[in-house]
Write a protein that binds this ligand. Sequence first.
Ligand SMILES: [Zn+2]
Length: 111
Amino acid sequence: MQIKGLFKKNIHKNKINNLDSSNINVPDGLYTKCPVCSKIILTEDMYLNNCVCPECGYYMKLDARTRISMVVDKNTFSEWDTNIEERIHVNTQVMRRKSRILKEKQILMRQ
Ligand SMILES: [Zn+2]
């Protein structure tokens, strides 16, 4: 290796260290990071690829409305029964109550 090459490497490191993150102005939501391969993807490209990572093929999490808009044709979907109330099963209520009591006991044990 030549001596000249050694100095180039140090100059490159200094440039990276001198970057101030406050100078970088990236709008929120512009990029998405794949949770599997950690590749940074332009969010618009991710949506154009049906929310699949182009690197590893991971399917990103989607909310129901986004998934429906991807599956059905435009202006053909109409939601039925939008006025249905949520009913929580009795076992679910009991489990939530037990969970709450357990959390309260854990907090008291820490004190
Ligand atoms: Zn990926």
